[in-house]
Design a protein around this ligand. Structure first.
Ligand code: MG
Ligand code: MG
Length: 261
């Protein structure tokens, strides 16, 4: 499943700085969208907020028009895992909402997602989101020069497995290389044995994005051809950051603060 290392785009230090600029646009846009995420707000209003933010930052949305995607962010509610299309649906108290955003600065991409708990959310769903975010940070922490690619997925999976057998990791959708395109080699699964695949070297950039279901991880796509849902109707959580491999370790390009692990 892994391609050879020479298929993976290696960025210069200057190019990573531009990716950091794109990552900051994504981080600030997600922050603005989260601030207005509340019961009674429509998902289209979240999209309008993201569109305004990306425009005001002088950046270009990665998602709008991507394979025909009709919006600036993906908004995926409850049993929706990823790729939900914003529209006239109102958020209600207790919703678990994944918001995914991508932006381009001078041709370089940033991509991140987070899960927002709307109002009063059931404790087991708060824990689902917490475990998923923790698994993301374990995966980011494994993006060390000298590690192998599969060490990232192994780190993600280890956190989810340790949290108990109620959780299922979605396997049909995975993280990805990122840089001059949003989706590039290599695929970054959220599971697997350690020590496999290409060695991580400075200049690689990866989007790590665990998708975890509180139930069976089987998924399918709705008739809108975009929205991915948990087939058994269980709630899902999705967290994502873009991380660069540097000589000093992982640099989280889509964090609001300058986070180096
Ligand atoms: Mg994303
Ligand atoms: Mg992504």
């Amino acid at each position: 499943m892994f391609r050879t290392r020479d298929r993976i785009e290696i960025k210069t230090a200057d190019q990573l700085q531009v990716m950091r600029a794109a990552g900051l646009v994504v981080a600030r846009t997600l922050q603005r969208v989260v601030q207005i995420t509340a019961p009674g707000v429509t998902t289209a209003e979240l999209d309008d907020c993201a569109a305004q933010s990306i425009r005001d930052e002088g950046a270009t949305p990665s998602f709008l028009g991507y394979h025909g995607f009709p919006a600036h962010i993906c908004v995926s509610i409850n049993e929706q895992v990823v790729h939900g299309i914003p529209g006239d649906r109102y958020l209600v108290d207790g919703d678990v909402v994944s918001i995914d955003c991508g932006a381009i600065v001078d041709g370089w991409h940033g991509d991140a997602a987070l899960t927002v708990l709307v109002g009063d959310v059931a404790p087991d769903l708060k824990e689902l989101s917490r475990v998923t975010e923790e698994s993301l940070w374990a995966g980011l922490g494994a993006a060390q020069p000298g590690n192998r690619l599969s060490d990232i997925g192994h780190a993600v999976e280890s956190v989810v497995r340790a949290a108990g057998d109620r959780y299922g990791i979605v396997e049909e959708y995975v993280g990805h290389g990122i840089g001059s395109s949003m989706h590039m080699e290599p695929a970054v699964p959220n599971y697997g044995r350690p020590g496999k695949g290409p060695r991580l070297v400075p200049g690689m950039a990866l989007a790590v994005e665990p998708m975890v279901v509180l139930g069976d991880p089987g998924v399918h796509v709705l008739e809108d051809d975009w929205t991915v849902v948990a087939s058994d109707g269980s709630h899902a959580s999705h967290w994502e950051h873009t991380v660069a491999v540097t000589e000093d370790g992982p640099w989280v390009l889509t964090a609001l603060d300058d986070v180096r692990l």
